[in-house]
Design a binder for this molecule. Structure first.
Ligand code: PLP
Length: 386
């Protein structure tokens, strides 16, 4: 049976050959640790990592490459921000569409350090009124942390407008761009943000196990590292060096992952964000139109293609979304994700808690033909369960 992969919000698949080749090339021909030796292979590895850092700085419009640090994924980056920045008594704002990658570390730190955490309510379509941020600010507000787009509905939050509100204030601004890096324009400087947490294995087309964090200089100075140890620099000192990126990068790095991520970003750049966005908007528009013709389907989110990523969440009357996901795969080879998608707050916001939703999320490789096939499969199942 032909398969249709519609779970790009979880991870990109299949991986582009260039990404695989870049990883194999490192493993086969370089293979050594960057910054840990003066011989050719170590220098080649250091060059590879430096070039990837520079590429990321250009891609996200970050002033200096050393303001990019590599982590295993966006979850690790968000843990670093939350655990490394916040102090007892701090007030933190976040939205009601956040992923557990933010909610769980924040709830632990809030309990341990007696933080004041304020959840800003998004509308049932997942949108957030920037005025809510403005009105919620207090003298002790230390951090505003927001997802750029919901991984449940795809709804984009007004992160640039909120950046304008926070600009020039003594408040740190952190964005989780897991769902938007590689499909939306993300300009670190125009956003006025202090932390940009990204993951490599979704829209950036890289492998799993590599992600990172862009930090402003003031954020880097105020954040404690989560992990300390060997950096290959200032080894005579007993304390972790303050210099970037070493302050936050201890231990042997995932160099094959970095090589794959750099190849993925180059592909995104070659294709162009504009083209990627247009393609996804076209798919979402066709998908939403098709869904409108199927009785019993409830679609969540804004339903405006330009205001979402290529993600649509839905439920079908008469069938549990887990069973629907199973039937789509078994009967039609269509791969989707059901349930809460690690974002229970988002479901409470849009009215799909606790049952969750069936999520479709598309990538550059998906076609209009596939959208038609998915609509036809859903129509068949809808008729069966009606
Ligand atoms: C909005 C959001 N934040 C965080 C994550 C966690 O990503 P990772 O598992 O790569 O750390 C995801 C991934 O599903 C996500 O969609």
């Amino acid at each position: 049976m032909k398969v249709i992969y519609a779970d790009h919000a979880a991870t990109t698949f299949p991986r582009p050959p260039q990404v695989i080749e870049a990883m194999v090339n490192y493993l086969r021909h370089i293979g050594c640790n960057p910054g840990r030796g003066g011989y050719r292979h170590a220098l080649d590895a250091a060059r590879l990592v430096y070039e990837a850092r520079t590429l990321l700085a250009t891609f996200f419009h970050v002033p200096k490459p050393e303001q990019i640090i590599f982590t295993p994924n966006v979850t690790s980056s968000l843990n670093l921000v939350i655990k490394g920045l916040l102090k007892p008594g701090d007030h933190v704002l976040l939205s009601s569409m956040e992923h557990n990658a933010v909610v769980r570390p924040l709830m632990r730190v809030a309990a341990e350090r007696k933080l004041q955490v304020e959840k800003l309510p998004c509308k049932p379509d997942g949108t957030l009124d920037p005025k809510l941020v403005q009105n919620a600010l207090r003298p002790n507000t230390r951090l505003v942390v927001l997802t750029h787009a919901s991984n449940v509905t795809g709804t984009l939050l007004p992160v640039y407008e909120i950046g304008e509100i926070l600009a020039g204030k003594d408040i740190f601004y952190c964005l989780d761009v897991a769902q938007t890096a590689g499909s939306e324009e993300i300009n670190f400087q125009d956003l006025h943000c202090d932390y940009l947490a990204f993951t490599g294995h979704k829209g950036l087309l890289g492998p799993p196990g590599i992600g990172g964090l862009c930090l402003s200089e003031r954020a880097a100075a105020c954040t404690l590292p989560l992990v300390e140890g060997g950096t290959g620099s200032r080894s005579d000192e007993e304390r972790q060096p303050e210099l970037l990126p070493d302050k936050f990068e201890s231990g042997t790095q995932n160099v094959p992952g970095i090589a794959g991520l750099a190849a993925g970003i180059k592909l995104v750049q070659e294709t162009g964000l504009e083209k990627i966005k247009k393609h996804k908007e076209m798919l979402i528009a066709a998908f939403l139109e098709g869904l409108g013709s199927i009785p019993g389907i409830k679609v969540y989110g804004t339903k405006i293609p330009s205001k979402t990523t290529a993600t649509v969440s839905l439920n079908l009357d008469g069938i549990d979304n887990g069973d629907l996901s199973f039937m789509l795969e078994q009967g039609f080879g269509i791969m989707t994700r059901s349930g809460l998608h690690c974002a229970p707050w988002a479901h409470q916001t849009i009215g799909s808690f606790p049952q969750g939703t069936l999520r479709f999320s598309f990538g550059l490789a998906n076609t209009l033909q596939e959208i038609e096939e998915i609509i036809s499969a859903l129509r068949t199942i809808a008729a069966e369960v009606a």
